[in-house]
Ligand binder design. Structure first.
Ligand code: AMP
Length: 401
């Protein structure tokens, strides 16, 4: 059974056609600049074991047209991987915000779409684009079952003492202000991979997703998220590529009142110009680690700050979980940057976390879960490649099969 997985942005469509029995990706691609000049699709597919790729420049006035072009690519004699578009029986959509009530994967109904729309004030950048993607997919694939997988859903088990902010209750009851958490699909996927790999189904884990966005999650022995570092929005917690992570909120008042900055400017600074970019001048860990090794003092400070914040959360989550069996690094930086893992695990002997430095370096970029702890480490340290698309395909399959 093939499932088409969709991650829709306001002017883009990322797609993967996945065979859920094998977990294999038959084709994938990205349509960009939808509704703008110069729109194009980068499509890649596997034929007879070979990776093939094609870039096409094509007018894409809206997402429905983009879906039609993509579905033609999927069945085309040259670029196609399936005989006809009706073979796609289900489409899994990534939706960022499911709010408090959508705690599970859902088959799309008008009620579900209404809920995604009502949640737009909580995810103004993402939910409208996700909804556009669903509506367009319904038109282009009228016979397929549409399913939504929410980024927030995995965190629905976080207890109230952890998700509430200490502000007057009305803001929670009436305005839905609470911590929701994000990257749920990735945290869940790598936890389950680790638990399979270690053959342990009562694993207490701290998952550390370090990509462009970054978050950590404390997962208890029942496999439930009980704490996560992102909160009401995706700005809280860890230092990220361009986002500040945790800051004292009084900085915002100071910037507005004493420095006469507009809210829009402050938002832009904290979301787009902070994090690694703000400290070291690049939001790509590959550049910053090169500068670190060249002795650049900004890059060195950036790595120290970045990994100090991770350590702070490792300590906090070890306490929340009353001890931890494994910590799991994942996503672009977590899987590929040995330096981040090395500095994040340094001097954690008191928590029983000891890295094997040689394994950390040699087992970079793994395709499967790998262990990188020292022999005398009480806590296992794993690098687990995340695969959010596969997790969305599997969850979609679960509800349609
Ligand atoms: P993601 O959001 O998971 O795709 O992660 C993207 C980020 O991963 C990039 O911005 C880089 O900072 C980082 N990254 C990707 N590959 C590497 C690598 N080989 N070494 C260090 N960082 C990497």
């Amino acid at each position: 059974m093939e499932i088409l997985v969709i991650n829709a942005g306001s002017s883009s469509l990322k797609y993967q056609l996945i065979n859920v029995e094998t977990g294999g990706v038959l084709a994938k691609g990205l349509a960009e600049r939808i509704g703008m000049d110069g729109s194009n699709i980068n499509h890649s597919w596997t034929k007879d074991g070979n990776e093939c790729q094609k870039s096409i420049t094509v007018e894409l006035p809206d997402h429905t047209v983009a879906f039609n072009v993509i579905s033609n690519l999927l069945v085309d004699g040259e670029t196609g991987v399936i005989p006809k578009r009706e073979d796609i029986k289900a489409i899994g959509h990534r939706v960022v915000h499911g709010g408090e009530h959508y705690t599970q994967t859902q088959i799309v109904t008008s009620e579900v779409k209404k809920a995604i729309e009502e949640l737009i004030p909580l995810a103004p950048l993402h939910n409208p684009a996700n909804l556009t993607g669903i509506n367009a997919a319904e038109k282009a694939f009228p016979n397929a079952i549409q399913v939504v997988v929410f980024d927030t859903a995995f965190h629905h088990t976080i207890p109230e003492k952890a998700f509430r902010y200490a502000i007057p209750e009305q803001f929670y009851r009436e305005d839905r202000i609470r911590a929701y958490g994000f990257h749920g699909t990735s945290h869940k996927y790598v936890y389950e991979q680790a638990s399979k790999y270690l053959n342990k189904n009562d694993l207490k884990a701290i998952t550390i997703h370090l990509g462009n966005g970054a978050s950590m999650c404390a997962i208890n022995e029942k496999g439930q998220s009980v704490e996560t570092s992102m909160g009401f929005g995706p700005l809280a917690g860890l230092i990220m590529g361009t986002r500040s992570g945790d800051i004292d909120p009084s900085i915002i008042f100071h910037m507005a009142e004493e420095m006469n900055m507009s809210l829009e400017d402050i938002k832009n600074i904290l979301n787009k110009q902070s994090g690694m970019l703000g400290i070291a001048g690049s939001n790509d860990a590959r550049d910053v680690s090169k500068l670190y090794h060249d002795g650049d003092k900004h890059a060195i400070l950036c790595y120290e700050m970045y990994t100090h914040r991770i350590k702070k959360y490792i300590g906090a989550y070890t306490a929340i979980l009353n001890g931890v069996d494994t910590i799991i690094f994942t996503a672009g930086i977590g899987e590929n940057d040995a330096l981040t893992r090395q500095l994040s695990c340094r001097d954690l002997l008191a928590l029983g976390i000891i890295l094997d430095e040689a394994a950390n370096t040699s087992k970079n970029h793994p395709k499967q879960p790998v262990e990188i702890q020292a022999e005398n480490s009480r806590v296992k340290i794993l690098v687990v490649p995340t695969n959010e698309e596969l997790e969305i395909a599997l969850q979609t399959w679960e509800v349609v099969k």
